[in-house]
Ligand binder design. Structure first.
Ligand SMILES: *Cc1c(COP(=O)(O)O)cnc(C)c1O
Length: 445
């Protein structure tokens, strides 16, 4: 590696922490040349930087424990999960937030202690709730009134007492995309406070012999670039704890959660709040409210997903066709697209792109980076200011770690990409690329 300051790289703050230049002047991650990684594993390739993951896990643990020493950090598995990744995250000292039987099964197969898992979802099936009870999932976060009886029944059948929280809908808008805001009243998620549903859920839980009420939970959506929504929602939760849970129902409240949704920068101009600022807007506010209202501060658990894994991931593609439509636009197509990254098509998400071969090259033109799939909407970056990419050039799109592979599909019967974890000059294949045999594995012919 040449000893250049990584900050000389364009978009250094959206690239993984280990980003540097290789001896050939290529983009390097974890001390490995990304062009060589692309040649070895093929493209599209997802590269995860272990140093960034470790640093983010540590920053969340330190940042929230500085505010509340008993804080727990739960990784929101839906951002990206497989068995080796689950073990890696558990080794960093994080617990897990899960939203399906599939995620529970992967954690169980990875040997993760499921007592650290919190089970979310607006429509957990009876089968999933029985699986959670039998597998020893630590806490079920109840989302609706009907679920109380289902969790009670599953816990009774498994012969255990199930810790539960309730997901409250505080009626706060997190000012994120319409498809990812979840704290407002018009949402399929959570029990509204104002309608009395949240209170009724606590009452039902207290009357259930196999359930142990722990406290309220909220999740405002994602990504939330402002801290004010957390402040307002935390104040409402504190009022609910004091007046309803403790005051009216006499419940003990040992835990609370402000959820996840913490932002990461996707583009050069994006600025996400610091973890300490999120901690102040949540734990700091709850502590202040607890003091003012005279209840003891419940233990905090936070659930970052995107902000743990987003920046650690870089997607590598190979440039193929170029199409100039005079006076309209130029399309530069790559060998992936909406099958491995649906976010631009679904949320209008914006990204940066840089050449893995010439990361310091200056922008020369404005083109749209298109995917290869049969949808006009399959555009990864509209109007990207980029160097003139040549056919066969390896292009890197940063901040690719969260909600890309997790939402990947086999559309057009695409082979889902391989994933490598890099650290200190070593690469470890964490998931191989799919093959034609994988595509046909479930056919009954
Ligand atoms: C999705 C989700 C999270 C994580 O959101 P991020 O934006 O990835 O941090 C946390 N909690 C709940 C309940 C969720 O549904």
């Amino acid at each position: 590696m040449t000893a250049i300051d990584a900050r000389a790289l364009p978009f250094a703050h959206v690239l993984p922490l280990s980003a540097s230049l290789s001896a050939e002047g290529h983009l390097a991650l974890g001390g490995l040349d990304t062009v060589a990684l692309a040649a070895e594993y093929g493209t599209p390739l997802y590269v995860f930087d272990a140093a960034t993951l470790k640093a983010q896990c540590r920053a969340y643990l330190d940042g929230f424990r500085a505010a509340d020493p008993s804080s727990q950090v739960l990784y929101a598995s839906k951002a990206f999960l497989n068995r080796p990744f689950a073990r890696f995250i558990a080794q960093q000292g994080l617990g897990f937030d899960v939203v399906s039987g599939g995620e529970i099964e992967v954690l169980r197969a990875a040997g993760v202690d499921l007592a650290t898992a919190y089970f979310h979802g607006n429509n957990k099936t009876p089968a999933e709730l029985h699986l959670a009870a039998e597998a020893g999932v630590g806490c079920v976060v109840i989302d609706n009134l009907g679920e109380v009886a289902l969790v009670e029944e599953a816990a009774a059948a498994a012969g255990r007492t199930q810790r539960v929280m309730i997901r409250v809908s505080p009626g706060i808008d997190g000012h994120t995309h319409e498809k990812t805001t979840t704290g407002i009243l018009d949402s399929k998620f959570g029990l509204p406070i104002v309608t009395g549903a949240a209170e009724e859920a606590v009452r039902l839980i207290l009357a259930s012999p196999h359930l142990e009420f722990r406290g309220p939970h909220m999740h405002l959506g994602s990504p939330i670039f402002e801290t004010d929504p957390y402040v307002l929602a935390t104040e409402l939760l504190a009022e609910f704890i004091a007046d309803v849970c403790i005051g009216k129902l006499g419940a003990e409240v040992s835990d609370w959660s402000p959820g996840g949704g913490f932002a990461v920068a996707y583009r050069g101009e994006d600025e996400a709040p610091a973890i300490a600022a999120y901690a102040r807007a949540t734990v700091g506010v709850m502590q202040r409210e607890a003091d003012a209202r005279g209840f003891s501060m419940p233990r905090t658990s936070v659930e970052p997903g995107r902000s743990i894994v987003g920046r650690a991931g870089v997607a590598l593609y190979t440039v193929g066709a170029r199409k100039d439509v005079p006076g309209i636009r130029t399309f530069v197509s790559v060998d992936g697209g909406m099958a491995d990254n649906i976010r631009p098509a679904m949320y209008g998400s914006r990204y940066e792109a840089l050449s893995a071969e010439r990361p310091l090259a200056s922008p020369e033109e404005t083109v749209s980076i298109a995917g290869k799939y049969c949808e006009s909407g399959d555009i990864l970056i509209k109007d990207a200011h980029v160097p003139r990419f040549h056919q066969g050039e390896v292009v890197a799109i940063p901040t690719a770690g969260a909600y890309q592979l997790a939402m990947a599909s086999n559309y057009n019967l695409a082979y889902r990409p391989a994933v490598v974890m890099v650290e200190d000059g070593a690469a470890r294949l964490m998931r191989r690329r799919e093959t034609a045999a994988d595509l046909m594995a479930m056919d009954i012919d």
